[in-house]
Design a binder for this molecule. Structure first.
Ligand code: PLP
Length: 386
């Protein structure tokens, strides 16, 4: 099928194109290798072995044993599995999450609140970093569950989870981090992060949509959310999505093989992009944070609506994001930016560029030219409207 239109793709934090090498590995499992991994015949055995291999590949990407990987349908399900599954073994108490979590962490945490849990949302600074004083307040409340993301999907700001998680565990919490955006962009090591559970997703690293994992400490008391045929050691019932799991494993291998080289290339491209954005007067959110994902730039141009800019840029051939893909259907400013104390008017202007392997210097330069033209046109339209 021919693509509908050919844009330069700058929205890799929303999803990445499927890596052709991943597709190759998946194809036999979409065609002839149709076995159910629970079946005892040869086709079933081939499927089981393929899942076992993928489990090792995913485990290797974050430095754990294969037995610690629980495959899910993606990051959303993994986050739900942690929050609901860890809470199921506890009496209601305090759950602490950050103010900038993805909706698939916020939603289940709010469900716990309705069941009698106390929910605290950790504040962030204007740079999008977890607020040190608020962490101290939260620790003093003796939380039972604690979830803070490693890297934010909008700003790309990376938190010092290793230090925070160690403190939260000492305070008695079961600690989780959503590493969906970090995997494949920066090093992610389960043990070094000090967490007991970690969420991953395949489609952010060149893998297929609909596969992810919750990586867990073997001693974690986790209850299944989806009961079924006992798959994933009883932690996630349902016939395994073999092609997607196999693709996830292959994508992990590829993502890990050139991590530092790819990061260096992304940083060089992003610096070029941000120099150009500054020269057009853009505000870059989270820019002063100690660490940001190499591929992410979140910016606004004063007086220009982000949605209008994204649409104008799309017409000019550049696919960008306005805030989080999952919540960009409404006009409310990004809750992440509001939590950072960004004025709503400026937050409404937010546009996210998230670079990927296929992007080039020429594309960045072309984008900056297109941005200047689209912004000029939008400002002109506003002047006429006034
Ligand atoms: N967590 C973060 C930080 C994300 O950015 C996303 C996807 O946008 C998810 C979780 C959800 O992952 P999935 O799309 O695999 O359900």
């Amino acid at each position: 099928m021919a693509p509908l239109h050919c844009s330069v793709y700058f929205d890799h934090n929303a999803t990445t194109p499927l890596d052709p090498r991943v597709l190759e590995v998946m194809l036999p499992f979409l065609r002839e290798q149709c076995g159910n991994a629970s079946s005892r015949h040869e086709l079933g055995t081939v499927a089981r072995q393929a899942i076992d291999r993928a489990r090792e590949q995913v485990a290797a990407a974050v430095g754990v044993q294969a037995v610690q990987v629980v495959f899910t349908s993606g990051g959303t399900e993994a986050n739900n599995l942690f929050i609901r599954g860890a809470a199921a073994g506890l009496k209601p108490g305090r759950i602490t999450i950050s103010a900038i979590e993805h909706p698939c962490v916020v939603g289940p945490a709010q469900d716990l609140q309705r069941q009698g849990w106390n929910l605290r949302r950790l504040k962030v600074t204007r740079d999008g970093v977890l607020d040190a004083a608020d962490i101290e307040h939260a620790l003093a409340e003796k939380p039972l569950l604690w979830s803070a993301m490693l890297a934010n999907n909008e700003t790309g700001v990376v938190q010092d989870i290793a230090a925070i998680a160690g403190r939260a565990r000492d305070a008695g919490a079961v600690v989780h981090s959503d590493a969906v955006q970090a995997l494949g962009k920066i090093a992610v090591d389960f043990r070094a992060l000090n967490v007991q559970a970690l969420t991953l997703s395949a489609h952010k690293i060149g893998g297929p949509k609909g596969a992810g994992a919750l990586v867990i400490d073997k001693r974690l008391d986790l209850r299944a959310v989806l009961a079924g045929g006992g798959q994933e050691r009883g932690l996630r019932g349902g016939t395994e999505n073999v092609p997607a799991i196999v693709g996830f494993g292959a994508a992990c291998d590829i993502a890990m093989s050139r991590l530092s080289g790819r990061a260096a290339r992304m940083i060089a491209l992003r610096e070029r992009l941000e120099r150009g954005l500054h020269s057009q007067g853009a505000v870059i959110f989270g820019e002063a944070a100690a660490l940001r994902l190499p591929n992410t730039t979140y910016f606004a141009l004063h007086g220009i609506h982000g949605e209008a800019l994204v649409i104008g840029l799309d017409k000019a051939g550049y696919a960008t994001g306005s805030g989080a893909a999952c919540s960009s259907s409404n006009d409310a400013p990004s809750s992440t930016l509001l939590a950072m104390g960004i004025e709503p008017e400026l937050a409404r202007g937010a546009v996210r560029i998230s670079l990927g392997e296929g992007n080039s210097v020429e594309q960045v330069d072309g984008f900056l030219q297109a941005l200047a033209a689209v912004a000029k046109r939008l400002r002109g339209l506003q002047a006429v409207a006034v």
